[in-house]
Design a protein around this ligand. Structure first.
Ligand code: GLA
Length: 404
């Protein structure tokens, strides 16, 4: 971590701790951060037991937390409507908590469900992860709670175990059938590297150096501002389609279909399932290819892999939309080495890999293309691979004793 990032962390932690104290009357036990993510390649592969290559963003959710001994869970967000949501840990139940508070409350519920003796808490969040942009603001919320509870109660869970708890909160408490990629990226990333995820064995993840600056590259993130919502059924339908295809092929998951057997498999499958399978199998291969190029120190070679991934998501998986397609096309036209939508799709963000110095030009070209097409101007940011979830300010006196 650079000195200025450290300074940023410290000053944000102080602000969030101050906010906590104003709100709840005394200092927090500690402050934690969990980042959002972009996925470089490996989309819609995680719930097929496949591979992905996400990286954490510098944008993160900060959480100031203090344990309570009366079983109450009080939640406040600096980005919310000013109200404090007041819940009881013992009464948490799937579907019972509306809005953003369901994500953090779901993590407390999932920890309790998994047999961890967890207490109530006062939680104050302050996030710089854009919401609804496909950059995993929900995973950042969940993972901040998971790492804070792990530290406050001395649970000693691994990064992959915390990611599973956060995923379970989203699947079973919030009701979104997501895979584990976003939570793994938020918890297990390291600065300067992409996370090589094998979703069948999340514990065995690796870190692949991704030295954008050193190689004269920039990663532009283009938020199309088309809100994506994974809860609307399309994501669940795709997931079901993949599971049905795997069952028809007699495989535990699509990850188990070797690329050499793809042509025969495609002929045997119903027409609506074949393109899904083609995407998943070729996308897994793109992850392996991307990791190999990064390990050779050739990050620029990711460009064509990203663009091929977008074509597959657009034509086979059909989760792109006119705005993401336009952002990709305009980026390439302006000289990007490669571009693709990132995340679940149906809107959200596009990433474009560009030579350093070209990022403003590419951003302006995309913005002009959006204006010409009558779309709202996109939001632009430049991403560097950041650290995963971490404690920013330690609780005085070590972890709290676990309460009965
Ligand atoms: C969303 C989900 C992830 C993953 C991606 C698509 O971000 O939360 O689990 O499935 O979509 O790759």
């Amino acid at each position: 971590m650079s000195r200025s990032d450290q300074w940023d962390d410290d000053s944000r932690a102080e602000r969030v701790a101050d906010g906590f104290e104003r709100l709840f009357g005394s200092a927090p036990d500690g402050v934690w951060a969990a980042p959002g993510r972009v996925n470089l390649i490996g989309e819609h592969t995680d719930y097929n037991d496949g591979f992905a290559l996400p990286m954490a963003l510098p944008q993160s959710t900060l959480l100031a937390a203090r344990v309570r001994t009366d079983g109450r869970l009080r939640l406040h967000s600096a980005q919310g409507d000013g109200r404090v949501t007041d819940l009881e840990v013992a009464s948490l139940a799937p579907g019972a908590v509306p809005g953003w508070a369901a994500y953090p409350a779901g993590v407390v519920w999932a920890l309790a469900e998994a047999g961890h003796p967890v207490a109530g808490a006062d939680l104050h969040f302050d996030s710089t992860v854009p919401t609804g942009a496909g950059l995993s603001s929900s995973a950042a919320l969940e993972c901040a709670v998971a790492v804070a509870y792990d530290a406050l109660h001395g649970l000693g869970l691994s990064g992959a175990e915390l990611a599973r708890i956060a995923q379970r909160a989203e699947n079973a408490f919030v009701g979104v059938p997501c895979g584990i990629m976003d939570q793994m990226a938020s918890v297990c990333s390291t600065a300067g590297a992409a996370l090589h995820l094998d979703a069948r064995h999340p514990e065995q993840h690796g870190h692949v150096p991704f030295d954008l600056r050193g190689q004269g590259l920039r990663l532009l993130v283009i938020d199309t501002r088309v809100t994506h919502d994974l809860g609307d059924g399309a994501y669940a339908a795709l997931r079901k389609g993949c599971e049905r295809a795997a069952a028809l092929l007699g495989l535990p998951a699509l990850r188990d279909l070797p690329p050499g057997e793809l042509p025969r498999a495609l002929q045997s499958l119903p027409a609506e399932l074949a393109p899904l399978v083609r995407h998943v199998v070729t996308e897994n291969a793109r992850v392996t290819e991307a990791v190999a190029r990064l390990q050779e120190g050739n990050a620029a070679a990711l460009g064509p892999i990203l663009t091929a991934g977008h074509a597959s998501l657009r034509d086979d998986y059909r989760v792109s939309c006119p705005e993401t397609d336009l952002a990709v096309a305009a980026s390439l036209e302006a000289g990007a080495l490669g571009a693709r939508m990132t995340g679940g799709g149906f809107g959200g963000s596009v990433i474009a890999l560009v030579r350093a110095g070209l990022e403003d030009f590419v951003g302006e070209h995309v913005t002009a293309a959006f204006a010409a097409a009558g779309h709202r101007p996109p939001h632009l940011l430049t991403a560097t691979p950041a650290a995963g979830a971490r404690r920013l300010a330690p609780p005085p006196g070590g972890p709290h004793p676990v309460l009965p």
